[in-house]
Write a protein that binds this ligand. Structure first.
Ligand code: AMP
Length: 289
């Protein structure tokens, strides 16, 4: 730990709605920044905090939200280490951490009202995980209402989630600035993810083909290839890669998540998902045509 890290105080831990309200009342002057996470924090999460610059008061939520997991997914296995998370957050100047239990987050039990995020939530991640984005939108809307942030940072790592949240904020006229933050990667290219902890050394090695393919696709696009040629390259690279099973790869319009048409020009995203053993990883890159 360097000297600059050492002087930052430990964030205040808020467990209940009352503690959250008391903290919000006490810090109501000034800009409020929000970073929502499921914990098991890494440098990618810290980049979201860093992207919201002081003088904002920064509140981080740590909550493994059950409503965005389907039965059979990794809700129980998801890594949890609140002490380590608080220690990490103390290095970047976070004022408070709201870490509710499911009972605190959903005091009436299962929510009866839901948010349907529309067509963008039914493709790609939403095709494989049909209830996922409705669960994400529910918790994001609840936390936005509880915290009333001026600005909330979300990672491009979950590019489809980011696009859906940006659209929800626009469609519902929520008075919140959404700040997109670039993907933080390990030195060898693997996108940082709490789920990387599930990977064996061999699986981690096999997983490198995901970022490698995205970087190559970006180079090919920058060299002037059209979207279909870039997609053909990526699909065959991923389908023939050992140790992974491709779920999807495509090239989509960055704001609508619809696949781009032949001859597309403009900003696009290449999202992908693949199984590496029992672990499902996602990654993406921005492409310009
Ligand atoms: P999670 O805890 O995985 O739900 O992620 C919480 C937030 O951190 C989301 O906005 C993610 O997009 C963001 N995030 C997770 N991993 C990364 C990463 N490697 N780079 C940038 N942002 C990330």
């Amino acid at each position: 730990m360097n000297a600059q890290q050492a002087v930052k105080p430990q964030p205040q831990l808020l467990r209940t709605r009352e503690e959250l309200r008391e903290y919000l009342d006490r810090t109501s002057a000034g800009t409020r920044g929000l970073v929502m996470t499921m914990g098991a924090l890494h440098e990618g999460h810290l980049d979201l905090v860093r992207a919201i610059r002081p003088p904002a008061n920064i509140l981080v939520t740590i909550f493994v939200n059950p409503t965005q997991f389907a039965p059979g997914e990794d809700l129980e296995a998801y890594p949890r280490d609140l002490e380590a998370d608080l220690a990490l957050l103390s290095t970047v100047g976070v004022d408070a951490v709201f870490a509710p239990t499911p009972e605190v987050a959903y005091p009436l039990g299962e929510a009866l009202v839901s948010i349907d995020p529309g067509p963008m939530a039914r493709v790609f991640e939403g095709a494989t995980r049909p209830t996922h984005f409705a669960g994400v939108c529910l918790i994001v809307a609840k936390v936005f209402n509880l915290v009333r942030p001026d600005i909330a940072a979300f990672g491009r790592k979950d590019a489809q989630q980011l696009a859906i949240i940006e659209r929800m904020v626009a469609d519902l006229d929520l008075p919140i600035e959404i700040l997109p933050v670039d993907i933080r990667r390990e030195v060898d290219g693997l996108a940082m993810s709490s789920r990387n902890a599930y990977l064996s050394p061999q699986e981690r090695e096999a997983a490198l083909v995901l970022s490698r393919t995205l970087f190559q696709a970006k180079n090919i696009a920058e060299g002037g290839a059209d979207a279909h040629a870039v997609l053909d390259f990526a699909r065959s690279a991923l389908e023939s890669a050992p140790g992974i099973r491709l779920d999807y790869v495509d090239i989509v319009d960055a704001s609508t998540y619809t696949p781009v048409a032949l001859g597309f020009t403009g900003q696009a995203i290449m999202p992908l998902a693949a199984w590496v053993g029992k672990t499902r990883l996602i990654d993406n890159t921005q492409l310009t045509f």
